[in-house]
Each structure stands twice: as structure tokens, then as C-alpha cells.
Design a protein around this ligand. Structure first.
Ligand code: PLP
Length: 390
């Protein structure tokens, strides 16, 4: 084998996703782009707010814009801007030294997991979960251990308590959630904080909570509770990939609660893991987001799509709850085998992702980060696919 043995399985898993992508291309070539309904990617199609373009133009024309190396954790003035914004949101006295600018949420996850975990330690995460977690755990030489949620995808706190062992270093949660769209309530999160505190005490080892929040601003008529309020030993990480539709620009950050045990040491270590992997977050887009704290894409666009898609799929017979956030639906597969059902959808030129890829078998994921006409045009086909197996 010319590649590392440990890479073989990872490459195989990645090739499943590539196959889906290639199938999309094949279907588009055969039937024309307007006759293919691709709900497989969480790649925002809503344009970034005009303020992004304005700030970019301003920076390009400004002689003081810089493009060189900077402190590896990011430009001090940008980290200050992020800290100021987060202090308005959370009021916990964040200082810029507890912020690290990263290459998206993926960069922040990699930095944090590699900084916190010894090889062979466990990351505990509720299932269904974002597929990238398998890869980030692999890079950190850690184990990703999953714990089942209730049928509405909210946290089963008893199951979490039972799943924590002396080998657990990190609890990783994602709300609003990909793939389910669930937003955890303050009450369940406070319960989680208590469990993590008690388990840290019991095992004589601090368990950190990592809150992966790239969809925090994409919510519909609900509030996302502050994770800093539920447990001080928390690292929040996020990106501008979804809230500013800048996924390809690779920009995000991590923020460590000032009262987290060894907060300064973690800040230093995440700055170093960041340096080992990609040196620093992209310079130009650090400067862009530094000037756009609190700006988001128009969430109404996603909300209207969610409502239209939910109504159409419910009318066709699919079963699922209306999600409060993110831009995904996670309906039950009308047959047990979700991979088979996704194959049936493909026969109707619809691309979806089987739930098994997210540790949620018996479901499938649909992203509505697609134009309205893709949703409208697909509904009849979804109904035919449903009727064909009933
Ligand atoms: N975490 C979750 C839950 C995601 O859905 C994604 C991307 O889809 C990421 C992290 C990675 O985000 P980014 O593109 O900002 O690295």
C-alpha cells in the first residue's frame, strides 16, 4: 500500500461522499441541472450580506490592510472585536487572549481536540452527529464514542451519565444540530453541565465541554441558550461559513470561558495546534469578519424554505418534527434501510444523505440550502418515491 494503513479506512469513508457528488454530476449531465434535485450538501446558496462585499472593497483599497504573518492565534484587533461582541452576548469577561481565530469551525475543532486529548482518550457526542467528527477524532488519535438521543433528538441525560467513563476527556455537542436541526433547551443543557461537573469530580479529571455552534444564528423563533451559562469549563467554537455564507473562505474562531480550568494553558495550546496544522487563519477574512460582528445572512430565506419543504413532505407522508434551527431536515426513511431508500430517491433524481452516515440509521438528511425552485420542483418526486414503497 502506498498510503498509510490507518488511512485506508478514512479514504474509503471519504470516497462514499465523493461517489454521491459524482452521482450528482452524472445525473445533471444526463437530465439537465433543472431536473436534478440535490439536497446532499450543507453549502449555503444564500449570498453573503452586501456588507461583506463593502468591507472587502474597503480593505482592498486601504493601505493599512495587511497580508503577512501575524500572531498565530490571529490579529489582536480582530480577537478584541470578537471578544467585545461575545461579551455583549454572554457577559463572561472574555479577553482576546482566550480567542483563537481559526480556519472555520473544522479548524477550531481540530485545534481544540488535538490540544485537549491524549491518544486513546474518548470524545463523547450525542448521535446523530456531524460526519466530520470521525475525521477530527482520527486526527487527534482519540476515540469518538456516541450516545443515543431520544426519538425527538434531544439529549438523553441518563444515557450520557452512563456513557461517561474515566477515559472521557471531552463532551462534544452541536446545537443547532447537523443533521437534525434540533436546538437543545436551557434546561437540558443545565442538566448536562451538572453531569459533567459530577463526573469530573468522580473521576478526578476535568471533562471539557466543546460546543460546536456554526448554526447558532440560523434559528427560527427560538433562542439558543448560552453554553457559557451552563458549564464554565466550556470552549465555544464557530465559524462564519453559514451565518455569513462564507464557507469557502475558511474563517471562524474558538473562545474559551475565562473560568474554565486551565483556560490560559488551553488558549496557548490551541494557538500551537493551529500553528502546526495551518499556521494561522486566513489574514484577509480575519480582517473582514473583525468588522462584521453581529451581521448575518437573511434568516427569513431559510425559514420560508423550511416551512415550504416541511409542508410538502408532510403532505407526501414523510414523518419528522419541524426543526428549530440549521438548514436540514432529518425525516424517517419510509423503509427500514435508509441507504436503500436514498437509492430509490436517486431513481427520482433526488440526492439525499442516508442517516447511517451521521449515526442515525432509519433516517435521511435533506439540506435546504438550495434555491426555492429545487424544493418546489422536488415535492411531486418525493411523493412518488414514498408511494412506491408503501
Ligand atoms: N460542525 C458542523 C456541525 C458542521 O455542520 C460543519 C460544516 O458543515 C462544521 C462543523 C465545519 O464547518 P466549517 O466549514 O466552518 O469548517
Amino acid at each position: 500500500m502506498p498510503i498509510a494503513d490507518k488511512m485506508v479506512k478514512m479514504v474509503e469513508a471519504a470516497s462514499m461522499i465523493r461517489k454521491m457528488f459524482e452521482e450528482g454530476i452524472r445525473l445533471r449531465e444526463k437530465y439537465g441541472a433543472d431536473n436534478v434535485f440535490d439536497f446532499s450538501l450543507g453549502n449555503p446558496d444564500v449570498p453573503p450580506p452586501t456588507a461583506v462585499k463593502n468591507v472587502l472593497l474597503e480593505l482592498i483599497n486601504n493601505k493599512s490592510t495587511t497580508h503577512g504573518y501575524m500572531p498565530n492565534s490571529g490579529y489582536p484587533q480582530v480577537r478584541q472585536a470578537v471578544a467585545d461582541y461575545l461579551n455583549k452576548e454572554y457577559n463572561v469577561g472574555l479577553t482576546p487572549d482566550l480567542i483563537v481565530m481559526t480556519a472555520g469551525a473544522a479548524g477550531a475543532l481540530n485545534d481544540t481536540l488535538r490540544a485537549l486529548l491524549n491518544p486513546g482518550e474518548d470524545i463523547l457526542t450525542p448521535a446523530p452527529f456531524f460526519v466530520g467528527y470521525n475525521q477530527y477524532a482520527f486526527v487527534a488519535s482519540a476515540n469518538l464514542k456516541t450516545v443515543a438521543t431520544f426519538s425527538d433528538f434531544h439529549l438523553d441525560l441518563d444515557a450520557i451519565e452512563e456513557a461517561i467513563t474515566k477515559n472521557t476527556r471531552v463532551m462534544l455537542i452541536n446545537s443547532p444540530n447537523n443533521p437534525t436541526g434540533t436546538v437543545y433547551t436551557k434546561e437540558e443543557l443545565l442538566g448536562l453541565g451538572k453531569i459533567l461537573d459530577a463526573a469530573s469530580e468522580k473521576f478526578g479529571k476535568r471533562i471539557y465541554l466543546i460546543s460546536d455552534e456554526p448554526y447558532r444564528k440560523i434559528v427560527y423563533d427560538v433562542e439558543v441558550p448560552s453554553m457559557f451559562d451552563v458549564y464554565p469549563h466550556t470552549i465555544i467554537l464557530t465559524s462564519y461559513s453559514k451565518e455569513l455564507s462564507l464557507a469557502g473562505e475558511r474563517i471562524g474562531y474558538l473562545a474559551i470561558h475565562p473560568k474554565a480550568e486551565d483556560a490560559q494553558m488551553i488558549a496557548g495550546a490551541t494557538g500551537v495546534t493551529n500553528t502546526m496544522m495551518y499556521v494561522n487563519a486566513p489574514a484577509l477574512f480575519q480582517q473582514v469578519v473583525g468588522k462584521l460582528q453581529g451581521v448575518t445572512v437573511d434568516i427569513n430565506i431559510y425559514q420560508k424554505r423550511r416551512d415550504m419543504f416541511c409542508e410538502g413532505l408532510h403532505a407526501a407522508g414523510y414523518e419528522f418534527g419541524v426543526p428549530d434551527g440549521a438548514f436540514y431536515l432529518f425525516p424517517k426513511s419510509p423503509i427500514k434501510d435508509d441507504v436503500k431508500f436514498v437509492g430509490i430517491l436517486q431513481e427520482h433524481n433526488i440526492l439525499a444523505v442516508p442517516g447511517i452516515a451521521f449515526g442515525g440509521p432509519g433516517h435521511f438528511r435533506l439540506s435546504y440550502a438550495v434555491p426555492d425552485k429545487t424544493i418546489k420542483g422536488s415535492l411531486e418526486r418525493f411523493k412518488k418515491a414514498f408511494d412506491s414503497v408503501k
